[in-house]
Design a protein around this ligand. Structure first.
Ligand SMILES: *Cc1c(COP(=O)(O)O)cnc(C)c1O
Length: 224
């Protein structure tokens, strides 16, 4: 059995506590912030203690890895909610729509169209976030900020997608709060309520600036 006073389960509870404190300090309802436990690279044995303390929201960044781990875990924990937080290739769309409840990385018309078609085919609706390359880094995924509004409109009007919110991964060497504030403003302009932002090193700043989903991996499961 899981010992909730040590290891990943204890760290998860501690992170939830810090999220709640950061939310209250910002005058927000702590229940408006969802903690995605990012379990990439960790196996089922490492994930189970976190499931055993009642956590159900998890993130993975690779379709193949998630497919190897989660169907088995879901047999025992059927109410798990699984979010894809890594890049999606269009040839993996079918598997991604089968496996995940949300995708955080819509960033181009081709992948948006593939997801729309596949959701229709499977009769399944996922929560969808548009990833914005807030640092405008050439090598990085995400739509450029100047194109975000038009892309969200295209997803909604031409593809019939119900976009949930925006997501970003700030450049490592920059102050993340600047990017969180920027994403928050962009979401307001697009009329989107949800913000996926903040990781192990900066989730409290993200909560302060309006994050509704924080994606925390190493602070829960340990170093990768
Ligand atoms: C791995 C990953 C995270 C979690 O990062 P940590 O620093 O381990 O908390 C969050 N978001 C994305 C997109 C990731 O790939």
């Amino acid at each position: 059995m899981t010992d909730p006073t040590s290891g990943a389960a204890a760290r998860l509870i501690e992170i939830q506590d810090r999220i709640a404190k950061a939310a209250r300090a910002a005058g927000r309802d702590p229940r408006s912030v969802h903690l995605i436990a990012v379990s990439k690279t960790f196996d089922a044995e490492a994930i189970k203690p976190v499931l055993d303390v009642g956590h159900r929201l998890f993130g993975e960044n690779r379709v193949q890895e998630a497919k190897a781990k989660w169907p088995g875990l879901r047999a025992h924990y059927p109410d798990v909610e699984l979010h894809l937080i890594g890049p999606l290739q269009s040839n993996k769309t079918k598997e991604a729509v089968e496996l995940f409840d949300a995708i955080h990385t819509l960033d181009r018309p081709k992948i948006a169209k593939a997801i729309a078609d596949e959701m229709q085919r499977q009769g399944k609706r996922l929560k969808l976030f548009v990833e914005v390359n807030t640092g405008e880094e050439p090598q990085k995924a995400g739509i450029m900020p100047a194109e975000a509004g038009a892309f969200v409109a295209h997803c909604r009007n031409d593809l019939g997608l119900d976009i949930t919110g925006l997501m970003c991964i700030p450049p490592v060497e920059e102050e993340p709060a600047v990017h969180f504030a920027f994403l928050s403003k962009l979401a307001r302009e697009c009329g989107l309520a949800e913000l996926s932002m903040g990781m192990s090193s900066d989730f409290e700043a993200a909560v302060e600036l309006g994050a509704t989903y924080v994606r925390v991996g190493s602070a829960i499961f340990g170093h990768r």
